[in-house]
Unconditional design. Structure first.
Length: 345
């Protein structure tokens, strides 16, 4: 029996993924191929770089608890994952100085004609409803030179994300032994989306693979770079910019039939479900939901489309490869990066 498992993206609900692997170990269900996206790549790479003993999943859980997730009391009034989404303070300062000394920064700050039009409109057609008052306030702010300058510095500094992802490959190499990972008899894939070339790329724990590049710390971080949250990463010093592959394939399935024609079963762990979400109570919850909700629906689409392809594949090749969509008990699903949310998994 040869099995593959797809570990999906889902960031702060990775505890569900770890919990599922625990259940598989208890039932002695083993997998030969791991196809991973985003946070699933961290789980798949770390898990298969460790010795396959009884303590392996405990080490994975400890890694996420100690190095990724935030203690509840700290997170309570600072709900930001500063461990993962790290600011490059020196680099940001240099970029800010470049913005300050760029003449284009100041070219459109003062718009006298627009200000005169706004003032004349306000006098001749004053606001009469609440919506009109709010509109005039917003338009006045949009034309205020000081607010325009502040907005230039906040949104138009030359960077592609609010923060970085970790600080360097040293962090990854400290916890994931790539030598062990490449020696593993398990085949592990991770995906990343090449923004420059507009294509999905896969990386594998093998050197000299005929189709895919060898995975590395750079590839792992590139495949986990969340748009807006993190700057787009490069791999091995090349110019191409990457973001997480989960924005395209939250569950990376399609390649499995091409790369492993001898599979008997393909298991899927979908660690998020849009039917389980609740309305956000504040801005941080709204922001997290805005990032995660598309992944919830993309993963469903990935599974439906692949199941149709699998049916056709089985029919044409007279095979009976089974797709096992693991039914998860999500409980009270939320997208916070704190210890209690990790432990719920």
């Amino acid at each position: 029996m040869k099995r593959a498992i797809a570990l999906s993206g889902g960031g702060p609900v990775v505890g569900i993924e770890i919990g599922a692997l625990k259940a598989f170990e208890q039932e002695k269900i083993d997998f030969d191929v791991y196809s991973c996206a985003c946070v699933g790549s961290w789980v798949g790479c770390l898990y298969n770089s460790l010795k396959p003993d009884a303590d392996r999943l405990r080490q994975v859980e400890d890694f996420f608890k100690d190095e990724i997730f935030i203690a509840d009391d700290v997170y309570q009034s600072f709900p930001i994952n500063y461990k993962v989404f790290q600011r490059d303070y020196l680099g940001d300062s240099q970029k800010m100085m470049g913005k300050i000394f760029d003449a284009d920064t100041y070219r459109y700050l003062f718009l006298p004609n627009k200000i005169w039009e706004y003032a004349w409109k306000f006098v001749t057609n004053p606001p009469k409803t609440t919506d009109e008052y709010y509109y005039y306030i917003s338009e006045g702010m949009a034309l205020n030179p000081f607010i325009r300058l502040s907005t230039e510095f906040q949104y138009k500094v030359s960077k592609s994300g609010v923060a970085g992802l970790i600080s360097s490959g040293d962090f990854v190499n400290k916890f994931i032994n790539f030598d062990n990972l490449f020696k593993s008899d398990k085949t592990v894939y991770l995906n990343a989306y090449n923004l420059s070339q507009k294509q999905m790329e896969l990386f594998v724990n093998r050197n000299g693979h005929s189709r895919y590049s060898a995975m590395s710390a750079d590839a792992l971080m590139a495949g986990s770079s969340v748009l807006h949250y993190t700057e787009n990463r490069t791999i091995a010093g090349k110019e191409d910019k990457y973001c997480e592959g989960a924005v395209i394939n939250t569950v990376e399935l399609d390649h499995l039939l091409d790369d492993h024609s001898d599979l008997d079963e393909i298991w899927v762990i979908k660690i998020a479900d849009y039917k389980q979400i609740t309305p956000p109570k504040n801005l941080i919850e709204a922001e997290l939901l805005g990032v995660m909700l598309p992944f919830d629906t993309i993963s469903d689409d990935d599974i439906v489309l692949f199941s149709q392809r699998l049916q056709e594949y089985n029919r044409k090749n007279n095979k009976n490869v089974k797709l096992v969509n693991v039914l998860m008990k999500y409980g009270t699903l939320n997208y916070h990066w704190n210890h209690s949310n990790l432990n719920q998994g």
